[in-house]
Structures are given as C-alpha cells and as structure tokens.
Design a protein around this ligand. Structure first.
Ligand SMILES: [Zn+2]
Length: 271
C-alpha cells in the first residue's frame, strides 16, 4: 500500500513532467475505479484538460487542472501509477490511461481495483477529505500533541487512522514506533510527554529519510514499490538491527504489526 513517502516521491517525479501537459485522449480500461463527481462524463471532461501541478494530501495524489477541476487518485491497497511511452508494457490490471501531449502516458493500474480515481470541482466532495488530519511533516510538536489529545486508542491505530495525522499506513507506522522505541499497542493516553516528543521526532525522521532514500532508489520508475529500506515492517523473525533480538509479529484486525519486544517493551504479550 503506498504511503506518504511513496506518494510524495511520485508527486516529486511527476510534477515537472506533467505540469503544462494536455490530456489528448483518455482510455478507461476498467470503469470500476472511476468516480466522476462532475457527472459530465469522465473521459469526455478530462480530454483536452491541461495539468496545472501535482500535489499530495495524505494518501491522495492531486492533479489540479487549469480548468479548476482536479483529478484525484487514492491508490488504497494496490494502486500504482506508471509514466510510460505508449509501447511500454502496461501494469497488471491497468484501469485508466491518459495520453499526454508530450507523447507519454500516465496510467493507473490496480491489481485489486480498490482504489479510486476522482474527477471533481470540489476536494471536499472526496470521501474522507474533510476528516483528514494534518500533514505529519507540516505539523509542529505542539500541534502534534494537540492532535494526539483528540484521539484515543493504541498508538499505532492513532497514527494509521488518518485523523490525527494523514498519510501514514501500516508499514510506516511500524517504522515510526520502532524508531520511537514505543510498543505499538501502548494506549495513547499512557504516553508521557517525553514519549510523545520521541514519537513526533521519529515520525519526522522516518518519513523524511524514507522520502530521500526512495527518491534515489525509485528514480522515474514510479510504479515500483520499494520497501526494502524498512527496518522492522515485514521483517518478522529477522534480527532487530539495534539489539539483535528477533522481530515479533502480532496479527490483529487483518493486519500485521512488526516490532522488537526488547527495543519496544511494554504491554501484555499478544498473539
Ligand atoms: Zn531490538
């Protein structure tokens, strides 16, 4: 699942390539993911539009168009973007293809067809938009403390739910909890001021470091999901890079949480 660092790198790569390009043709291969909130016809409305910029908010990529409309993509579990020449092989389950005036194509592929490709004149019309918390890389420590104060539950859940901060998913939440040396199932209300500061600093450094590393590793191959930079996520049974202990996994609510019981002590042993 693409998260803030993955999407931020895609944004950085695409912004200079797309800005000023016009969409000359639209192919909707699988209409399931398309949400035309303009009700004017997705392909018809999009054809002839020019990209004004590429932005990101939380886990949503935004492609504002010069007309004032916005194309917004929520990749959800398995969505991928591909910037390619027409004869380059398409991703599995390519859903939407935009042909650009520079001869390239912007494609959206989604193995699970669970993502959404919106066309809208109002961002607030995108489901979940108004509930999204602030950007974790824009928020101050004071702002973070305030946001946490509004959300209860286990810290991993608070980080991933998108309401306290936006854009963090299962993988980067594991990395942030590890970097903060906090047990992911600790109740938010049990955190001391010093622990909240550690969580905030870990969130900043993990996300910023990941963006810098991905930027180098992904290059222009934005459809590639690079995950081997992660330290604990998906490393179940492997040695902890800090203490050498074994990375543990707890499965709950259809997702796995990976952490080190030595570096991130606390709570009951679950799972
Ligand atoms: Zn450890």
């Amino acid at each position: 699942m693409p998260e803030l660092p993955d999407l931020e790198v895609i944004r950085q790569v695409l912004a200079p390539k797309l800005t000023g390009q016009t969409i000359v043709d639209v192919e909707v291969v699988r209409p399931l993911v398309v949400r035309d909130l303009t009700h004017q016809g997705f392909a018809e409305t999009l054809t002839g539009q020019t990209f004004a910029d590429v932005l990101r908010r939380g886990k949503i990529l935004l492609f504002p168009l010069e007309s004032g409309l916005t194309l917004a993509i929520n990749c959800k579990l398995a969505g991928r973007l591909q910037y390619a020449l027409p004869d380059e092989r398409r991703l599995t389950k390519t859903q939407v293809v935009l042909c650009l005036s520079n001869g390239r194509q912007l494609r959206y592929g989604d193995r699970k067809s669970m993502g959404q490709v919106y066309l809208t004149d109002s961002l607030a019309a995108i489901p979940g938009w108004t509930e999204m918390g602030p950007e974790p890389l824009d928020i101050t420590l004071e702002g973070f403390v305030e946001q946490l104060g509004r959300h209860r539950g286990e810290i991993k859940g608070v980080l991933t739910r998108g309401k306290a901060v936006a854009g963090i998913g299962n993988a980067y939440a594991d990395e942030i909890c590890f970097a903060a040396r906090l047990y992911p199932f600790r109740k938010r209300t049990s955190l001391s001021d010093e622990e909240i500061t550690r969580l905030y600093e870990a969130m900043q450094s993990v996300l910023l470091d990941a963006i810098a590393t991905l930027r180098e590793r992904v290059g222009n191959e934005i459809h590639r999901e690079v995950r081997d930079l992660l330290v604990v996520h998906n490393k179940s049974g492997q040695p902890c890079p800090v203490c050498g202990g074994v990375i543990s996994t707890v499965k709950a609510q259809n997702r796995a949480t990976d952490f080190c019981r030595t570096c991130q002590p606390g709570g009951l042993i679950r799972g």
